[in-house]
Design a protein around this ligand. Structure first.
Ligand code: ADP
Ligand code: MG
Length: 695
């Protein structure tokens, strides 16, 4: 339950007076659901209104605050012409100008003869001074209310700074003076202001310096956010820990039979990862390990080695993939190796027929099956194992699966060991915030014989050259992807673009072209992908929905249209669809010129390197952590205030602090604990509290 002290702050954002349906939608889009979310929307600039010259002295292009008397109204003569109001002081006159100004409103606001204070940007029009859409007009008596320095907030269309400032101010006004949740000693050392004071300061910047991320108020809030993140991860990790795990030793003969049959030489990092996992399996404590490796780095075989070790102890393994197609792909690539060593492997998906399904469930229960492959749904259903020793979760790019899994894991007597496979090369810093202190094995080198993917960038006007290259490849019997971007705001338009491309390619390639997009049902999509992988389709036109883990070794060419619209990591992931065999592959980035600064850097980086980790770090620098990989969708933590590229040190401190808090059971026993719970609520991390042991 949310503490009472937070009640006001957690009211929906539309609770405040003056928020109608349209504004509500905009605020929710820009800010979030609740009043509290307004607090995290920090100003990114200031306007200095302290310049108040007389009209004759007022300089062009400056923000002026002028005291003047209303002389005359000039309502617009026609639609589209401005409404003007002339105001004067002893030294001269100036026009205030509105486009689409409402007559009644302006007449009430500016009665003739009234002296008012007006603030806005001074400009010239035909040698006459004017202010277009003044930001403030107040009566002389109320002019002390006009801020000298005004905070400027990031906006979305249809929101003015004034409106958003007012709402934020109201939210700031209801922030209680919480009891301090930070450690007293540490807090003193850092010389940080209280939460309330910090919030007030960041929303009332006085100088440019106050906008700096390194000022004490912002650092304090950033630390609050990082601590909330690390605490919730720490509680989650604690929940994974079980009093006893299983000890599964290596059966050398069985392992040898696997290695004998693998048709390739393992890479060094594959060998290291296999050994790390093997040692963890052998230990009696429970293993939770992240196996991280770029697409195509060969995670599956590492998982299989772990599965073999478990089978050698007559225990079962379950491997879950995010989609049916990927589960099938795993099955296809593993079944031969399993059969050769007499290990019983089965696949269970939504498509498995009823009788078959019942047989599989039975065989699982009585231990006849050693490995079951399936989608994540496998664990939501009533699947009973004989003795489950290992769970492998292929997360691909969808994070958070392990979190859901953890819900059921604590109380089972012999909880299985867990390996989470992730294809997303998260920078070290983010790794800490996404997985806490989980053990990590990384596959850094690519399998031998892989040729680097040749990456070329060309303006869209050269699309005909792309067509020619495509034709050459298809005639050689190779396959290609053609990616058209999907932009959220105009899904329809983009879909149309993909359909157009599909139709134009169809003229040449007939039924060898296929199309996948987000509006198709999952089944349709998987069917089409299957056709591309196993069937007679040579070209797959796709919006960005291309299944992330799909492995089509024959595909050697990928064309990405409007590549300037994609993020760096996204481009890297897309490019990773090709280069999956010993045939040379290439990636053609078509872009709309002229390229912006950032887009140029992205494309340069991509041409320079194929190292997912380097690319991820670069992406972090170019975009800031919140946006990396469309983090909001992927479930990677998104930070509202903390900035992972500059707050790394704070993050380390927060991690240690969180560990200490959890180890010393501070959340349960102390006043600080109660205060920390409020912190978790403030940053929406209260879910983690359910992992807290009672007592
Ligand atoms: P990912 O890490 O993306 O899951 P996979 O495990 O699907 O990668 O491996 C991609 C492809 O590379 C597969 O066809 C696999 O058989 C092959 N592969 C894996 N390891 C090696 C290796 N050491 N040498 C050559 N090919 C390998
Ligand atoms: Mg994989």
């Amino acid at each position: 339950m949310r503490p009472k002290i937070l009640e006001q702050l957690f009211k929906p954002i539309e609770t405040t007076r003056g928020i109608g349906p349209r504004l509500k939608i905009r605020l929710k889009y820009l800010i979030g659901e609740n009043l509290v979310d307004l607090l995290w929307h920090l100003p990114n600039n200031i306007i200095d209104r302290s310049y108040n010259p007389t009209i004759s002295k007022a300089e062009k292009d400056r923000i002026v605050t002028i005291k003047a008397t209303v002389l005359k109204h000039f309502p617009s003569k026609r639609r589209g012409l401005p409404y003007k109001v002339t105001v004067i002081d002893e030294t001269g006159e100036i026009d205030l100008v509105w486009f689409n100004g409402r007559k009644q409103y302006l007449q009430d606001l500016l009665p003739i003869g009234e002296t008012l204070v007006v603030s806005g940007k001074l400009e010239f029009y035909k040698k006459k001074k004017q202010i277009i859409h003044p930001q403030h007009i107040v009566s002389d008596e109320k002019s002390h209310n006009l801020p000298n320095i005004e905070a400027v907030y990031g906006l979305t269309q249809g929101l003015t700074n004034k409106v958003i400032s007012n709402h934020i101010k109201r939210a700031v006004d209801i922030v209680p003076d919480f009891s301090e949740w930070q450690d007293k000693e540490f807090f003193k050392k850092m010389n940080w202001p209280s939460f309330l004071e910090s919030i007030k300061t960041v929303h009332n910047p006085k100088h440019e310096d106050d906008l700096d991320h390194k000022n004490t108020s912002k650092q304090r809030l950033a630390y609050d956010e990082l601590l909330a993140n690390q605490l919730s991860l720490g509680l989650l990790a604690k929940n994974f820990e079980a009093p006893t795990g299983q000890s599964m030793s290596k059966n050398i003969k069985l392992m040898d039979s696997l290695y004998k049959n693998i048709p390739f030489e393992l890479t060094n990092s594959q060998k290291v990862a296999i050994e790390e996992i093997s040692q963890d399996l052998e230990k009696p404590s429970r293993m939770i390990r992240l196996l991280q490796g770029d697409v195509g780095s060969g995670k599956t075989i590492v998982a299989l080695a772990a599965i073999f070790q478990v089978s050698g102890n007559n225990k079962q393994s379950a491997m879950m993939a995010p989609t049916e197609l990927l589960a099938r792909q795993h099955y296809e690539s593993l079944k031969d190796l399993c059969f050769k060593s007499n290990i019983n492997i089965e696949i269970l998906t939504g498509k498995t027929k009823r009788l078959e399904r019942e047989r599989i469930l039975d065989d699982l229960k009585n231990g006849k099956i050693s490995i079951i492959l399936g989608t994540h749904a496998l664990f939501q259903e009533k699947v009973l194992f004989n003795n489950l020793g290992l769970v492998i979760i292929d997360e691909q790019h969808r994070f958070g699966v392990h979190q859901r899994l953890s819900l059921t894991s604590k109380n089972s007597l012999d909880p299985p060991d867990i390996v989470i496979m992730s294809a997303t090369p998260i920078p070290r810093t983010l790794e800490l915030t996404a997985y806490g202190s989980m053990q990590v094995s990384r596959l850094l080198d690519k399998p031998m014989g892989r040729k680097p993917i040749k990456t070329i960038a060309k303006p869209l006007s050269k699309v005909n050259e792309a067509m020619l290259s495509l034709e050459r490849l298809i005639n050689k019997g190779e396959k290609a992807y053609w990616v058209c971007p999907l932009i959220e705001e105009s899904e329809k338009i983009d879909l149309a673009a993909a359909v157009d491309r599909y139709n134009s390619l169809k003229i040449i390639y007939k039924d060898r072209v296929a199309l996948v997009h987000g509006k198709m049902s999952v089944e349709e999509r998987e069917e089409t992908m299957k056709d591309f992988k196993y069937g007679n389709k040579s070209i797959l036109v796709a919006t960005t929905v291309i299944e992330v883990g799909i492995d089509v070794p024959d595909a050697t060419f990928i064309i990405i249209e409007h590549s300037e619209r994609f993020g760096l990591s996204q481009l890297h992931q897309l490019r990773g669809r090709v280069g999956r065999s010993d045939k040379p592959s290439s990636c053609l980035l078509l872009y709309k010129s002229p390229l912006g600064e950032n887009a140029k850097k992205r494309i340069e980086t991509l041409r320079k390197t194929d190292d997912g980790f380097v690319i991820a770090e670069e992406d972090l620098m170019l975009r800031g952590a919140g946006e990396v990989l469309g983090t909001r969708q992927s479930g990677l933590p998104y930070f509202k205030i903390a900035n992972l590229s500059t707050d790394r040190e704070l993050l380390e401190v927060a991690r240690n602090d969180a560990n200490y808090i959890i180890e010393s059971n501070i959340l349960n026993k102390t006043d600080r604990g109660e205060n920390l719970k409020i912190l978790l609520h403030l940053f929406n991390k209260e879910d983690a509290l359910k992992y807290l042991d009672a007592g």
